[in-house]
Design a binder for this molecule. Structure first.
Ligand code: BES
Ligand code: ZN
Length: 636
């Protein structure tokens, strides 16, 4: 069935390719919307489309709710009868509408049945002349986008903290909105918070605390709902360059500013490569460690985990990645979550190009090589023929978060690298520059992208086009045979070190002074799955892995410690899992523990302590791995 689907997608691709090659003045957005509406949104944009959102919200830390009014400005078609919004877990108090004569009236709305993944459609009767609709509402204390942190989970330990994570379909748990990546709107907001705290959003931001706790925001560029973001806490700002700066809790600010010093330079590199930065400022906020992701590309204000503050600027490629999303993702956006690789594959490609320019090819090839390892491991764990390993996904009926795998990132990256190598970097860069500028603030489907690429890069060379084997890469499983190979020359030293260790050389005599995080990660990954206690202690004695404070190194080493049952690391593993809520680190460690009965016991005991500090996005994933809560009488 899945295989038939993929052929069907391929034929659709071919169809649009033919249609497009005969049509010079194409409008890619129209085409992508006509092709397939979004399976993860209830919105009926053929009737009415939100083009501006105005929020007036109050943040209540005591009750863990946000409440207020969302006023939506509409663009209606003559047959508009209803405005349909996505909501999940929202308490809707009142809806009013305003028509063109300025008359405002309360209307009867309907909240539809609850879908466990998508939430409830909010249907509001309108007329073609309705200009605005205002929804007064409250969020639930369990809203999936929101994380309410008690003071003890912050660096300063004195004030609470609130952070949002709207991607992929969580915006609807804090704003009633058309929540699909294909639906864009501008926004403004007034947000009231307790006086000691500052609020920041994915918009124009304050650089100082206000006396009253009231903050105003403006986002004049149209964005999809998954880029709506808010953080509230004891936050301060520090400038890094003319267009860049960092927000963090006061105690973290200097460390953060040191780590992110290269940001302004990264922006210059990115602009030189793919055209002007279209969002005015670029700032980063370093959040408390329970933030479930490494980074989130909220426009004008990337949200980032403090686990990138390694002290040696060795994890800044994450910032390059989120910055790159200002082009791939935020400017040209995947039409639906089935096209997720259009956001992430391009961004990984762009990220490595920025890092190549900043630190040299030898550096970026280490990143590419680790990426390949991730890809191979992902395909191994999903199965070589799994439809989950296709670039183009079919996530209907599933939570789009299930599509957040290495495939979109790493297979997406290698596909684009293959195209770059096939046509040459110069032509590929020119192609991408015009792709970003012509599609700015629009959406992109896989099919429209492939058609454009065929037309602009391969029109006169069908033989080369067939050598790329697009259909295998995009609509087929696994890692195609023509996948490019990275050339990580700096890993040669790691292999030499591994050989001398294997030949009995004492680890402390192996020269590693100038290794970066990436060499260490590669070294630990290259060790056998399970080591003896003597081997583990000898490595640990020489390299002090257990006590490192670099989260990337900790994660791979702790996984090894679990599979080798190396007990001296256990208290550190527990501390790491209680302190850090980044899903990417939690998943492999809890998975490794759940491989054995004894490990599972340890996992459940740690999880009980750690879970209250995790974001809903993280604990939902770990609940699944551990089948939490444990059944009564199961020994826990
Ligand atoms: N946009 C993603 C995060 C995301 C994807 C959140 C899908 C929810 C659903 C972000 O840009 C990202 O990819 N973050 C990575 C870091 C990156 C360097 C690969 C992460 O958080 O690990
Ligand atoms: Zn990303």
């Amino acid at each position: 069935m899945k295989l038939q689907n993929s052929w069907w997608f391929f034929f659709c691709g071919l169809w649009s390719l033919l249609a497009l090659t005969s049509c010079k003045n194409r409008n890619t957005q129209d085409l992508s919307l006509r092709q397939k509406s979004d399976p993860h949104s209830f919105a009926l944009v053929d009737e009415s489309k939100v083009n501006h959102l105005d929020l007036d919200l109050e943040v209540d830390f005591e009750h863990k709710t946000i409440g207020g009014t969302a006023t939506l400005s509409l663009e209606n078609t003559p047959r508009a009868k209803n405005l349909v919004l996505d909501t999940k877990q929202l308490m809707i108090e009142e809806v009013t509408r305003l028509d063109s004569s300025g008359k405002s009236e309360t209307v009867k709305f309907e909240l539809g049945n609850t879908d466990p993944i998508l939430g409830q459609p909010l249907t509001i009767p309108i007329k073609p002349s309705t200009q605005q609709v205002s929804v007064t509402y409250q969020t639930s204390p369990h809203a999936e986008a929101l994380q309410w942190l008690e003071p003890n989970l912050t660096a300063g330990k004195r004030h609470p903290f609130l952070l949002t994570q709207s991607q992929a379909i969580n915006a609807r748990t804090w704003v009633p909105i058309q929540d699909g990546p294909g639906y864009r709107f501008t926004y403004s907001a007034k947000v009231t918070v307790p006086e000691a705290l500052m609020a920041v959003m994915s918009a124009s931001n304050p650089q100082e605390k206000s006396e009253t706790g009231e903050y105003r925001f403006q986002m004049d560029q149209p964005i999809p709902a998954y880029l709506l973001a808010l953080a509230v806490g004891d936050i301060q700002f520090k400038a890094l360059g003319p267009r860049t700066g960092v927000y963090a809790e006061p105690g973290m600010l200097d460390k953060a500013a040191y780590e992110l010093e290269e940001m302004e330079k990264m922006m210059d590199i990115a602009e030189n490569m793919y055209g002007p930065y279209r969002w005015d400022r670029y700032d980063v906020i370093i959040l408390p460690p329970s933030f479930p992701f490494g980074g989130m590309e909220n426009p004008r204000l990337t949200f980032a985990t403090p686990t990138i503050l390694a002290g040696d600027r060795s994890l800044t490629s994450l910032i390059a990645h989120e910055l790159a999303h200002s082009w791939s993702g935020n400017l040209v956006t995947n039409a639906t979550w089935n096209d997720f690789w259009i956001n992430e594959g391009f961004t990984v490609y762009f990220e490595y190009r920025i890092m190549e320019e900043l630190k040299g090819r030898a550096y970026s090839e280490m990143l590419a090589s680790l990426s390949y390892q991730d890809l191979v491991e992902e395909v191994r764990s999903m199965g070589p023929n799994s439809p989950e390993t296709h670039l183009k996904l079919d996530l209907e009926g599933q939570n789009p978060d299930d599509g957040v795998t290495s495939i979109a990132y790493d297979k997406g990256y290698y596909f684009l690298r293959l195209v770059e190598e096939a046509v040459g970097r110069e032509r590929f860069d020119a192609f991408l520059r015009s792709y970003f500028s012509e599609n700015a603030f629009k959406t992109m489907t896989t099919e429209v992208f492939l058609a454009r690429m065929h037309e602009e890069l391969f029109a006169n060379d069908e033989e080369k086009w067939s050598e790329v084997r697009v259909e295998q890469w995009v609509y087929g499983p696994g890692v195609p045979k023509n996948c490019p190979e990275a050339d990580p020359e700096r890993f040669q030293r790691v292999h030499d070190a591994m050989t001398s260790w294997g030949a009995g050389q004492v680890p402390s005599e192996i020269k590693t002074d100038d290794w970066s995080t990436h060499e260490w990660v590669h070294f630990i990954r290259s060790l056998p799955d399970s080591l003896t206690q003597a081997e583990m202690s000898s490595l640990d004695g020489a390299f002090k892995f257990t006590q490192r404070t670099n989260a990337e190194v900790q994660c791979v080493w702790y996984a090894k410690a679990i599979s080798s049952r190396y007990e001296p690391a256990y208290p550190y593993i527990e501390k790491f899992l209680v302190d850090v809520g980044r899903r990417k680190f939690l998943t492999p460690l809890y998975k490794a523990m759940s491989q054995s009965e004894e490990g599972r016991k340890m996992a459940l005991q740690i999880y009980e302590k750690a879970r209250p500090g995790y974001h809903p996005i993280s604990y939902k994933t770990i609940d699944n791995i551990l089948e939490w809560p444990p059944a009564p009488g199961s020994g826990k």
